[in-house]
Structure formats: C-alpha cells, structure tokens
Design a protein around this ligand. Structure first.
Ligand code: GAL
Length: 693
C-alpha cells in the first residue's frame, strides 16, 4: 500500500464546494495554494448530490472539483459520503431511521439519520462506495479514502427492531448458546432467564435498573456494529483500490466507540478535536486526545483531521480562539505525533446549520486575523518535514479501557462515577510534570514502561491483571487506584476481597467499600440533624503527601494489608488508621495501591513520587513555574515548547529556534507562542524564514 503521507505535513481541511457556485472553485484552489494547503477532504456530506435518486449517480461536478484541485497541486482525502443519507433513503426505507431507547424514531432533516444495522442503509452505502471507488480509484489527486465521518457522533446506539435482530446475532456469536448468555448475564437475578435468543431485547427503557451485563454487551455490540459498517466499506475499497490507504475520523475520548477494537483496522488514525478556547485547561485536555491517537496507532503518525480555526457553534457560548491559539494547538498535535493538521472547514459556510462555525477562509475574507494565521501555519508546516513519521518517545503509560468506562458509569453502583473524571487527573498530572504519556489497553506487554498508572480499572480481565503483575515484577512502578478489578468482563464480582490476582501483586485485599457521598450532597436533602451527617471527604496522613496530608473525595475502601508497606492512612471516622496508600516491592519493581480518589494537588505530589521511583527525570526547559501550562515535547530531533499559560516564560535550553535561527536560550515565549528548538550542532538547524503576520 502506498504511503498515506507526504514529505511535509498535510495541511488543509474539509472542502464542501457543493455549497458554493462553481465559479468560486477556481478561487478556492488559488487561495488554498497561497495558504499552503496540500490536502482537502472532499465529499463528506455529498451523498444527496452524488446520488440524487436511488441508483442515479451524478459524478460530473465531483470530477470537476477533483480536476481543479489536482491542477492546483492539492491532494484529496476523498470521503465515501455515507455519513448523511439523502432524503430518498429514509423515504423509501423508513425502517433505516434510528430509534432511541425510549422508542422514538428519529427524523431526517439533519445528518447521520441511519441505523447502523439497517440492511437498506448498508446496501445503499455499499453501492455508493463501489461506484466512487471505481470512478476515482485511479485519480492522481486521490491520497486517502475517508470512510464515512465521525461514526457514532450523533447515533451510536440504535434500539430499533433491526438492531434487536443484529444484537441477537451478535450475542449468539459471543455466547454460542442461550445457556452461555444466561450464565454471563446472571439472569437468575430478577427472573430474567431467557429460553432462546429470540426473547432477548436491546436495553430499551425499563422500569428499574437494566441487567448490567446486557447493558455492557449492548455497548460492545453497538461499537462492533458501527465497526462492521466501516469494515464493509473498507472491504469494497480494498477490493477495488488495494493500494489506497483508508481512514475514518475518531473523536478524541469519545464514549460511544471502543477505539481499541477499531484502531487495528484503520490505516491512518485520524482525530477531530474542538478544545474550548474559553477553558483554561483546554490544551491540557487536548493533550490527552493527542496521546490517545498516537497510542491507538501504537506510535504510528496520525492525522488531526478536524479542528476549528476559531469558534465552533456547538456550545451555548462559542468563544473565538485567542490570537495564536490555533497555531499553539496545532503544534501540540504535531509534537504529539500528528503528521497532518486539518480543519473543519475550508470556507466558512454562508448557510446551513454550521454557518457560524469558523473556517480557514472566514466570512469576512482574507483581510482577517484568522486567514493570516492560517497562512502563517501553512507556511511553517512546509518547513517541518523533519518530524514526518518520527516517533514520540513516552515516559509512562496510563490504562484506558472502554469496558470500564461503560460499566463504571452504570446505575446501581456504590457511587456514581464519570470515568474520564477519574482518568484525566492522572494524565494531567503526569503531563504537567513533563512526562509524555501513552495510553494502553492494559493487557499488552507493559514491561517496557518504567511507570504504569492504572486508574479505576473497574472491569479487569485476567490478561490485564497478568500484564500489570508482569510489569511490576519486571521492574516497572505500577500504581493501581481504587475501584479496580472489582468485576470481571461479565461484571461478576471478584469475590473474596475483589482485585483478583492483583491481591498478590499488591499484597492486600478489600474488605468493603466506604463511599463518601455526603448526605447534604444529595438533592433535596433536609438537614434535620446536621451533626449526624457524613463527611463527603476523608483526610489522609502520610509523608509522601503534600504537607503530609491530603483529602480523599467520593470514594474510600477498607483495605486489609497482607504484605505491603502502608505509606498513608485515613484519619478520623470509621476508617481511622486504615491504609489509604500502600506500596509493595515486587521483583525488580513496585506495586502501589491508592484506596481513594485524591484532589489534584495530591495527585500531582504522588505522580512526582512515582516518577522519581521509576527513575524518570525531567529537566525543565523554561523558568515558568507559575505561569500556567508550558508544554514541552520532543519529536524528530526538535524540542517543541508551547506556552499555553497566560504569562510569558523564558526559555532555558541550548540550541536554536527553528523559526528565527536565533539561540533559544533566553527567548521570552509569550502566551500562545511556540518554539521549535533545534539541538546544538544539528544538521537540520538552518532557520525557517521569519513569517510576519
Ligand atoms: C464534526 C463534523 C464536522 C463538523 C464539525 C463542527 O463533528 O465531523 O462535519 O460538523 O464537527 O465542529
């Protein structure tokens, strides 16, 4: 298969010429060239234009668009256009429309109005993909196939009758016979025993809590069902155009789809990410998605397929990006493994549902800040060929698993949890400390990481437990946090102290849970006897904690130590004196356990301890200790320093600034500014031309 990338990073965005008169297409391409655009994603929402009536194709306009782009030297990421079925599909096949858990059939008139299991949708999509592949497979502009668009973005679960049939087939495949299902779903509980697969339903709205394993299996099925749509399109494209790589755009930390199961099937991982410019932690949160994309591809370069040049129109208040913020976030993606920076969309729409969403070419044209920033970035990226294909070495690994995500957010658990709120603080603390973090599924070989953090791994398979154990024995520092390995993959409790095999690794077991939900935290609580209410937090004491103390929130466990050092204890209340943080030396490494959820300063302190024990030393390259987050990442021989804070910092790093050719040390990096530092004596250290905006 040919390479999905070029010698310099891809730069461009979604191009929707069908929204504009044909006379403007030439100007589009001329402006693209002046902005350094070398890749356009075409046809994402063009199905109704390409097939105005069932079976009647109109490719003439797309022929002309591709020709225009080709003559202008712009390559094409050609969409299969199946993300938004045309009105005729739901008119002729109303059963292809998706149905919610409440039984509401969704209407056409926006986009993504299809049931992933619908045979009519799949057949029509397949015909269109085959026609596109046959027509454009040899087109010289074609660089990449863009299958569908943001699978599951609006409809990731469908509860219609066709989905019900598909769910039953999936369950038969998974369990073989109905006894297997009854066993896995523990249907002896609440009289749910099934006599045959025909009786099984998708988890539509029920009077009380649904069967937990049924819910989890429906999450798994729904992810697999969308994957089946992707694979069906991919199979056609592979058959007709075996050399052309395929991608589909992921959506960062998107709950609906288990991207671990998808990633091996996607030639190029790509991502759409819209950090909120009004969120001071936007860049830190964005780094998590960038790290996930790199990790999904096991280090392969990925594509930032969509971002906004400025504001989106999807939030209640849509702040524009600050001057330089788009560039700073683009460099972040590049530094963290992206080999292309693209946007939604090229020309800001004049009509339709997204007309107030920014574009590369704004409503007000080229005499605008956004356009100048777009041109500057395009020009700079052309000078960054040296990062192409280069890996991003990571310091640590964090376990992220959709099964735990789905299961820990179910009802009927000791506390209500939001999975990402449990994972993100660990990634954020490691990242703020300057460590580059890979995400891992947890069942792969982890022994190459000197530090592995496994937060709230609620559902744990035997393979995950074994991988953590192996890493700890081989020399890694492994930190497992509370609420881990409580259930197996069928959501059956790991009896006799939870944790399964990790009891050995960690040298402890859990006697019971002690959730910290304070009575006054409950809506409608009336404090008749306030002195009798339960504290919603718990204090910890231990030398490793900042100032020797920390606060646990929401969750605590009664830990029974067999063979581990107690590094911190709970103070006060029923848990007074019981272990809160433990460490057990394991072979060449160590296994730590934290029996609560810590506030951010304590997470940061603990992360420092873990990094030190793992032998990970990170030297700061600037003096900015209090100025918000200054990101430092190394890739392709360059050190990228990006100031996401709101105060300037001064660089303290040898080498030259790639953009100016000046020595990097002593350079004052203003907020949103970026330095790409070439090490001293590096052959590729000729300066880029200074670009004046
Ligand atoms: C994405 C989508 C684009 C556009 C964009 C706006 O979800 O793929 O088509 O809608 O969001 O932010």
């Amino acid at each position: 298969m040919r390479s999905a990338f070029s010698s310099t990073p891809w730069y461009g965005g979604d191009y929707n010429p069908e929204q504009w008169p044909e006379e403007m297409w030439g100007e589009d391409v001329r402006l693209m060239k002046s902005a350094g655009v070398n890749l356009a994603t075409v046809g994402v929402f063009s199905w109704a234009m390409l097939e105005p009536r069932e079976g009647q194709y109109d490719f003439g306009w797309l022929d002309r668009v591709l020709e225009e782009l080709h003559l202008g030297g712009v390559r094409v990421d050609l969409a299969t256009a199946t993300a938004s079925p045309p009105p005729w599909l739901s008119h002729s096949y109303p059963e292809s429309l998706p149905v919610t858990a409440e039984g509401v059939r969704l209407s056409p008139g926006s986009r993504q109005a299809y049931c992933p299991s619908s045979p009519a949708y799949r057949a029509a999509a397949g015909r269109l993909v085959r026609a596109l592949a046959a027509r454009y497979g040899d087109h010289p502009a074609l660089a990449l196939w863009h299958i569908n668009n943001e699978y599951g973005c609006h409809v990731s679960r469908c509860y219609c009758d066709e989905s019900a049939s598909a769910f039953r087939r999936w369950l038969e495949w998974r369990y073989g016979d109905i006894d297997g299902l009854n066993q896995a779903w523990s249907t002896a509980f609440w009289s749910q025993r099934y006599a045959s697969f025909d009786e099984v339903m998708p988890p539509r709205v029920t009077p009380a809590y649904g069967n937990p394993t049924q819910l989890l299996d429906f999450d798994r099925f729904s992810s697999d069902e969308l994957l089946a749509c992707f694979l069906a399109e991919k199979a056609i494209l592979r058959e007709v155009t075996p050399d052309v790589p395929v991608t589909t755009n992921f959506m960062g930390l998107f709950r609906g789809i288990d991207y671990w199961t998808w990633a091996p099937h996607v030639d190029v991982i790509s991502d759409d990410l819209y950090p909120d410019p009004a969120d001071p932690d936007a860049a830190l949160k964005a780094s998590m998605a960038r790290d996930l994309m790199r990790s999904l591809g096991r280090g392969r370069p990925w594509l930032l397929m969509e971002q906004a040049t400025s504001a989106v129109n999807t939030r209640p208040q849509n702040a524009p990006k600050a001057a330089g913020q788009m560039r700073a976030l683009s460099y972040q993606a590049l530094a963290r493994g992206a080999d292309g920076i693209l946007f939604f969309q090229w020309r800001q729409s004049a009509a339709g549902a997204e007309k107030f969403h920014s574009g590369m070419l704004p409503h007000s044209g080229t005499d605008t800040r956004v356009w100048r920033e777009v041109k500057q970035l395009g020009r700079e990226l052309r000078g960054l060929g040296q990062v192409m294909g280069e890996p991003v070495p990571a310091h640590a690994a964090t376990v992220l698993d959709w099964h735990s995500w789905w299961a820990i957010e179910q009802r009927g658990l000791p506390v209500h949890s939001t999975y990402l709120a449990l994972i993100a603080p660990w990634h954020a603390a490691l990242t703020r400390a300057g460590a580059v973090v890979d995400f891992v599924h947890g069942d792969e070989d982890l022994t190459g990481y000197s530090l592995v953090v496994a937060p709230n791994m609620f559902v744990a398979t035997e393979a995950q437990l074994a991988a953590l154990d192996a890493a700890a024995y081989a020399g890694s520092t492994v930190l497992v946090t509370a609420q881990s390995a409580i259930v197996d993959e069928s959501l059956r409790v790991r009896l006799n102290g939870y944790l399964g095999g990790l009891q050995e690794t960690l040298g402890l077991w859990i006697e019971e849970f002690a959730p910290l939900a304070g009575a006054w935290a409950r809506p409608g609580f009336v404090p008749v006897r306030p002195e009798a209410t339960i504290a919603p937090t718990i204090e910890l004491l231990g030398e490793l904690l900042p100032g020797g103390r920390a606060t646990g929130v929401e969750w605590a466990e009664v830990v029974r130590v067999r063979d581990a050092e107690v590094k911190a204890t709970f103070v006060g209340g029923a848990l007074d004196g019981l272990p809160a943080l433990t460490r057990r030396g394991t072979g060449k490494g160590a296994a730590w356990y934290l029996a609560t959820r810590l506030e951010p300063d304590a997470v940061a302190a603990l992360v420092q301890t873990m990094l030190a024990e793992a032998g990970i030393a990170i030297t700061p390259v600037h003096d900015g200790t209090t100025a918000g987050w200054v990101e430092t990442v190394r890739r392709g021989g360059l050190t990228f320093v990006i100031n996401h804070g709101d105060e300037p910092v001064t660089l303290a790093i040898d080498g030259t600034d790639l953009h100016s050719g000046e020595p990097a040390s002593g350079r004052v990096l203003a907020p949103q500014e970026v330095a790409a530092v070439v090490p001293p004596g590096s052959p590729g250290s000729s300066p880029m031309k200074q670009v004046v905006v």
